[in-house]
Design a protein. Structure first.
Length: 179
């Protein structure tokens, strides 16, 4: 793959041998690259098919800080190592966008705490909640952020959605109506 454009040190636009454009993410994947140079494919952690300059993928990658992309990759590595949960590219971008905004909210002192919701999530999704707590701690450590405990609930939702494409949440919503 050959370098085309740098979005930041950890995100770049590249072209494969067939001329297809890709957005690639990985620590240092775009650092110091010049047009036409081959990139180190060992640095690629994620790749997205580039669909155009107005593409949502491109907009999200450009809007999220490089540190957030690193934290998202580290979080997903932890999640995938500790569970059967796998993130597709859409879920990766949704999580990166969420983490970036959570950091901004925490810097502004905004906490989305809902104690009743926390109680329910801790009981309905015990394993996911436990893992979400570790992910929030990891993100705080990597970014220097101070994400509040309420982020554990929101992170749990990302895990549940990635785990089941919404089926598990729907089953839980339907559960009270069962007799």
């Amino acid at each position: 793959m050959d370098f085309i454009k740098n979005f930041n040190n950890n995100a770049a636009l590249v072209a494969d041998q067939a001329g297809n454009e890709w957005i690639v993410l990985g620590k240092g994947v775009g650092f110091g690259q010049k047009l036409g140079q081959p990139i180190d494919e060992a640095k690629i952690e994620r790749r997205f098919k580039a669909a155009g300059s107005d593409d949502t993928t491109l907009a999200t990658i450009k809007s999220v800080s490089p540190l957030t992309l690193e934290a998202t990759s580290a979080a997903i590595k932890l999640i995938e190592a500790e569970s059967s949960i796998r993130f597709d590219n859409f879920q990766y971008l949704a999580l990166a966008d969420h983490i970036d905004f959570a950091i901004i909210r925490s810097e502004g002192g905004i906490d989305m705490e809902d104690r009743a919701l926390r109680w329910e999530v801790k009981r309905l999704f015990k394993q996911e909640y436990s893992l979400a707590k570790r992910v929030v701690k990891l993100i705080n450590g990597l970014t220097g952020a101070s994400l509040p405990a309420s982020e554990e609930v929101l992170m749990t939702y990302h895990l549940v959605n990635a785990e089941s494409d919404g089926a598990k949440v729907q089953e839980t919503v339907n559960y009270p109506s069962l007799k």
